[in-house]
Design a protein around this ligand. Structure first.
Ligand code: CP
Ligand code: NVA
Length: 330
C-alpha cells in the first residue's frame, strides 16, 4: 500500500512504521535535489503554520521557517502566548487549530505535545521535548544515507555520553524502527530506564535492530560507522554541569576514540549546538569554573574530515519540509 501521512502528527518516530520513515527520507532527498536544481514546488501554497517555542532554538526554528517559505506557505512564531498561563493547553490547541494547518511545538514535556495533538484537529510536529526529538533523527538518518554506502539496517551507531537524554532516546527509537545497531555508551547512572530498553527491544525484535547500552567503551566502539554525541547538560538541566563533567569526561569524543573504531570511513555526528571550544558564553564560563575548554567533543574532531555536523544541520530543513509536505501539503 502506498504511504499516506496526510493529517498525521509527528510526536515520536514510535508512531511511524519503517516504511513511513523511509518514505520521509526519500521525500527529503527529492525536495533537497529540487531545491538545489532551482525547481520551485510550492507544496505548502496557502498553508499557515505556527511555531511554538518554550525553549531556545536556532536550527529547528529556522528550518521550519525556511521550509514553509520555500513551499509558498506562511509562518507565525509564537513564544510569549497565553498558553498554559492564562489559557489551558486544550483551549489553546482548539484556537490554533482554527487558524493553522499545522502546529510545531518545542518545550519540556512530551505530554504537552500529545495534549496539543489531541485537541488541535490539525497535525502537531514535535520540535523537541525533554524525551524526544524526532525531526532531528530524520535529518540524522538522511545524513547517514548520504555519507555511508550501506542501508540503515547495516549501520552501527555508537552514541557517546548522556545515553538517557532526549537525543539518545530519539536515536534509540529511530534505530529500533529502522533495524540499525545502536550502542549507547556512557556511565550507568545515565543509562536509559529499564522500561524504555524493554520497549525498544520489543520494536527491535520486529525490525532486526540491535539496541544496547554499556559503560564500557571497548569493545563497543569497534567498527562503528557513526560516532554520535550530544551536550552533557540539556536545556532545563543547567544546574548539573559539575556533576555531568565528572561523570561524562571519560566519554568525550576525541580523535583517539575516532581512531579506535578501526574504521577509516567512520563519521562523527552531533545534533548541535556543541561545546567544542570556548567561543560561547557557557563554554567560557565552564572554562573559567572547571578549567576545561571542550566538553562532549574535542575541537579537533568537530572540525575534522570525519565530522558531518553541518550537512546534518542543513538536512534539518529538508527533512522538516518533507514532514510538513507529507502531512499537510497539497
Ligand atoms: N539540533 C537542534 O535542535 O538545534 P536547535 O536547538 O538550534 O533547534
Ligand atoms: N539534548 C539537547 C538537544 C538540543 C538540540 C537539549 O535538549 O538541550
Amino acid at each position: 500500500m502506498p504511504v499516506n501521512l496526510r493529517g498525521r502528527h509527528l510526536l515520536t518516530l514510535k508512531d511511524l512504521s519503517t516504511e513511513e520513515i523511509q518514505y520521509l527520507l526519500d521525500l527529503s532527498l527529492d525536495l533537497k535535489q529540487k531545491k538545489r536544481a532551482g525547481i520551485r514546488t510550492k507544496l505548502l501554497d496557502g498553508k499557515n503554520v505556527v511555531l511554538i517555542f518554550d525553549k531556545a532554538s536556532t536550527r529547528t526554528r529556522c528550518a521550519f521557517e525556511v521550509a514553509v517559505y520555500d513551499e509558498g506557505g506562511h509562518v507565525t512564531f509564537l513564544s510569549n502566548s497565553q498558553m498554559g498561563k492564562k489559557e489551558s493547553l486544550e483551549d489553546t490547541a482548539r484556537v490554533l487549530g482554527r487558524y493553522y494547518d499545522g502546529i510545531e511545538y518545542r518545550g519540556f514535556s512530551q505530554d504537552t505535545a500529545e495534549l496539543l495533538a489531541r485537541h488541535a484537529g490539525v497535525p502537531v510536529w514535535n520540535g523537541l521535548t525533554d524525551t524526544d526529538h524526532p525531526t532531528q533523527i530524520l535529518a540524522d538518518f538522511m545524513t547517514v544515507r548520504e555519507h555511508i554506502r550501506k542501508p540503515l539496517e547495516q549501520v552501527k551507531l555508537v552514541f557517546m555520553g548522556d545515553t538517557r537524554n532526549n537525543m539518545a532516546n530519539a536515536m534509540m527509537i529511530g534505530a529500533a524502527k529502522t533495524g540499525m545497531h545502536y550502542l549507547g555508551v556512557g556511565p550507568k547512572e545515565l543509562h536509559p530506564a529499564d522500561g524504555i530498553m524493554r520497549e525498544m527491544r520489543a520494536i527491535a525484535e520486529e525490525t532486526g535492530a540491535v539496541i544496547e547500552c554499556t559503560e564500557k567503551i571497548e569493545p563497543a566502539i569497534a567498527d562503528a560507522d557513526v560516532v554520535y554525541t550530544d551536550v552533557w547538560v540539556s536545556m532545563g538541566e543547567e544546574s548539573q554541569f559539575e556533576k555531568r563533567i565528572k561523570l561524562l569526561s571519560p566519554y568525550q569524543v576525541t580523535m583517539d576514540l575516532i581512531k579506535r573504531t578501526g574504521n577509516s570511513e567512520v563519521i562523527f555526528m552531533h545534533c548541535l549546538p556543541a561545546f567544542h571550544d570556548t567561543e560561547t558564553e557557557i563554554g567560557a564560563e565552564i572554562a573559567a569554573k572547571f578549567g576545561i575548554t571542550e566538553m562532549e567533543v574535542t575541537d579537533e574532531v568537530f572540525r575534522s574530515k570525519y565530522s558531518k555536523v553541518f550537512d546534518e544541520a542543513e538536512n534539518r530543513m529538508h527533512t522538516i519540509k518533507a514532514v510538513m509536505v507529507a502531512t499537510i501539503g497539497s
